[in-house]
Design a protein around this ligand. Structure first.
Ligand SMILES: [Ca+2]
Length: 234
């Protein structure tokens, strides 16, 4: 079975002593929950050690807002104009890039209204390696593509629903799965990248996204897992 929340809570409690552990198994690479960030203001870009992204595109408002829309304080992502792709980019502690073993990336997402939004998994420091590109469409469909060139419609979403997404990567075999609220949407897809590792999660809009629409993000987390402790990692 996949490690339960108790396991992740333990991992998070170890974060201070793991801060300089590099990319060893059982390392918390990212734990951005926004609960300790200044409210009703654009979040800083100090990186994973501060629970913040590393960059935010011009024209994208990324305010930390109080609990209410989500159970705790969250990040409200609002494009201030349409016509361009704009991103909030998260990286891992110490600019780590994971090249082997098991990696899980998870986050909460809530759509104020149906719209076009993007979630990308890329290498550290740039965005040329397409490990995973998930697009939530204004039709309510969810699509995925990657460097291997295979794109697919994998599910649907609704406005106002709390969505817990989880991406599980087997870096040794170059394959990944996508889960929504614990249900697999895509299983054992080959991403097609062999020359780099994973080092960023990028959330944003594309040129057709609607100006002024709010989406909410919380609990943006990434863990490097020990294969010996994980059974059934898809
Ligand atoms: Ca939160």
């Amino acid at each position: 079975m996949f490690p339960n929340r108790w396991f992740f809570c333990c991992l998070i409690s170890w974060l201070p002593c793991l801060a300089n552990a590099g990319v060893e198994p059982n390392t918390v690479l990212l734990d951005a929950r926004f609960n300790d960030q200044p409210l009703n203001a654009q979040i800083g870009t100090g990186g994973a050690s501060l629970g913040q992204p590393v960059s935010i595109s011009a024209g994208l408002q990324a305010f930390v807002v109080p609990s209410g829309v989500l159970p705790t304080a969250s990040l409200r992502v609002r494009p201030l104009a349409s016509g361009a792709a704009r991103f909030v980019s998260f990286e891992f502690v110490d600019s780590a890039e994971v090249t082997d073993g098991l990696l899980t990336i998870n986050f909460l997402l809530k759509a104020g209204q149906l719209d076009r939004r993007l979630v990308y998994v890329r290498e550290q420091g740039s965005a040329g390696r397409d490990f995973l590109s998930m697009t939530l469409l204004s039709s309510g469909s969810i699509a995925v593509s990657d460097q291997s060139g295979n794109s697919a419609s994998i599910g649907t979403y609704t406005a106002g629903a709390l969505m817990a997404f989880e991406f599980r990567f087997k870096m040794d075999t170059g394959r990944y799965s996508i889960f929504l609220n614990g249900v697999p949407l895509a299983t054992d897809r080959a991403h097609g990248i062999t020359d780099r590792g994973i080092g960023s999660l990028i959330i944003g809009t594309d040129p057709a996204s609607t100006e002024g629409l709010d989406w909410f993000v919380d609990d943006v987390q990434a863990f490097r897992l020990d294969e010996l402790l994980v059974d059934g990692f898809e």
